[in-house]
Design a protein. Sequence first.
Length: 321
Amino acid sequence: MARIGGLPIFMAVVISALISIWRVPPMAGWLLSLMLCAGVAFVGGIVEDYTGNVSALRRLILTMAAALLGYFLLDAKLDRIDFPFSSWRIMYIWVAVPLTVLAVAGIANAINIIDGFNGLASVVTICMLISLGYVAWQVGDVFVLVAALMVAGATAGFLIWNYPVGLIFLGDGGAYFIGFMLGELALLLVMRNPEVSTWYAALLLIYPAFETIFSAYRRMFLRGKSPAMPDGIHLHSLIFRRIVQWAVGRKEARALMRRNSLTSPYLWMFSLMAVIPATVFWKDTGVLIFFCLLFVVSYVWLYARIVRFKSPRWLILRKKD
């Protein structure tokens, strides 16, 4: 199966950016800088898709380099953390730079991790990008609005060919590109507009971010393995094996394809538990923190129930022969 879905997405965004520059010339510097940074993150993934010779570490380093480039070209930096009644300003560059690089590169890597089933990463990121566009519109940030809708539209075009039947896959190139754009735009929106709480970005991106953190914890402390070593017990993998399998009993290709397509909607709905409150309460720091904690507790509870073969009954589909 072709794993180069990232290439048409990248090309569509580049073409959209050029059209936007032609129509609104003042955005030229911002959009060209953004595409240059995103291109650095994209190249490692797409080369891996074609050759299979680019290690995960090298792809991560390239994504970190892209985030560092964005720090200087776009002034995309994490310089504050909001609290209910105050904000903590990050004044020192030696603190701001590592936090910025880790945050953006971490989200790009996280999108690659959740890209496990047809339409899963695509729909999740489309919802997040639409939320970014909505909040950007609320605060009048035209650049983030345009960029978010460009990536969302390009990803939606890819989704037609990826769900429910996976005729083409997102691949590492697509996952790293979309993930980088998502992390970079979320950072830009929050830092360019102080009225948007930093916890908006945290809650918006919490599903892929916490999936990555929890996976690293599980591998290191529970299984005694390297956090970079892949495994098959992510939340979406468990839902596929222990819940959706009851809906499709046969093992023929058509049945397995149907099982694959039934897995993603579970995670779409789960991610909306974060995306919807983030979009509604984008400037209410206290409420956003509460929903972040609620999501973490819900994730751990659901994961523990499924891994112990005690899946909630409302999740289990009726088995069909």
